[in-house]
Design a protein around this ligand. Structure first.
Ligand SMILES: [Mn+2]
Length: 304
């Protein structure tokens, strides 16, 4: 409860997350930020469903600028927040930025525009598990849920941290708090800043290192198999999870294993279109430099 109070205090210090409806209508923001409605015209892609997780708001590693941009360019009927959205482990070293504020505002804007937003808390935001069964700011908080695609495929939606204990090895991979991993993330952030300045798209050093380490690769495949097995026992057709920061879409036995990735390294989301087709989206765009550019960057969909 104290943690929630601190989040709210932080929010108050930076002003309200969402401007009042009357202010939005008049295109004013109480903090003088450019109003969302007055953004330049943008190509918005519509989806039936979007799944995102492992945003880790409140940490420096969070790629909030890319995520806010992704949310502004992608609309959906249902948005699943699949855990580790806010990083409650970082309250002592809380970090908040304008871009992170924009992420929250983009999510609340979707709520206002009629998107059903469902929040499945993870281990870094387990304090929100006290709110399971409630609706917070129009967002339903649930422990886990089953999503049915347009093709009638039943997908169990959960964060996936409950399987950590079963694996037991190479835990460093799953924990943002770990030293080696934090160092890789910090180097990654520096690289992101340089590449951004050069106008180059986002590229993750830490994700690259993780792929290169054999131990990590083994951990990922073991994790995926354990989650798929648990889903099979539940009698569903597939499973959507996050937690290990590794986007994936593959069949394991009879189970469709889907991991929506993260917004610390891979900047990825899982999307379902109107026909029930599933796709992993990777949002690696080059944000505009400080000098305004005439054309706005076109989002690049790199196939997974
Ligand atoms: Mn997690």
């Amino acid at each position: 409860m104290q943690k929630v109070a601190r989040i709210l205090a932080e929010a108050a210090r930076h002003g309200n997350f969402a401007p009042k409806t009357s202010e939005r209508r008049q295109g004013r923001d109480p903090r003088g930020l450019p109003p969302l409605e007055n953004r330049p015209p943008r190509a918005v892609r519509r989806h039936r469903t979007l799944f995102i997780s492992d945003i880790h708001l409140g940490t420096r590693g969070c790629k909030a600028d890319l995520l806010a941009d992704f949310l502004a360019h992608n609309d959906c009927e249902v948005l699943y927040l699949v855990g580790d959205i806010v990083d409650g482990w970082q309250f002592k070293r809380w970090y908040w930025s304008e871009a992170q504020d924009r992420v929250v505002r983009e999510v609340l804007r979707k709520v206002d525009e009629g998107t059903e937003v469902i929040y499945v808390p993870g281990n870094h935001d387990e304090f929100l598990r006290d709110y399971i069964g409630r609706s917070v700011a129009g967002i339903a908080v649930v422990r886990e849920t089953v999503h049915e695609t347009a093709q009638g495929v039943r997908l169990l939606v959960l964060h996936g941290d409950q399987f950590d204990g079963v694996i037991g090895c190479a835990k460093w991979l799953a924990h943002v708090g770990d030293r080696a991993y934090s160092l890789a993330l910090r180097l990654n952030d520096g690289l992101h800043a340089i590449r951004r300045w050069l106008g180059l798209p986002y590229w993750s050093l830490s994700a690259y290192l993780k792929r290169a380490v054999k131990n990590a690769v083994e951990y990922v495949s073991r994790y995926e198999e354990i989650v798929a097995r648990a889903a099979a026992q539940r009698g569903v057709d597939g499973v959507v999870c996050g937690h290990i920061h590794h986007a994936e879409m593959r069949r394991i036995g009879d189970i469709l294993y889907l991991n929506d990735g993260d917004w610390v390294e891979s900047c990825s989301a899982l999307a379902e279109d109107a026909f029930g087709n599933l796709e992993i989206l990777r949002w690696a765009i080059a944000p505009p430099r400080s000098v305004p550019q005439p054309a706005h960057p076109t989002p690049a969909f790199i196939p997974a």
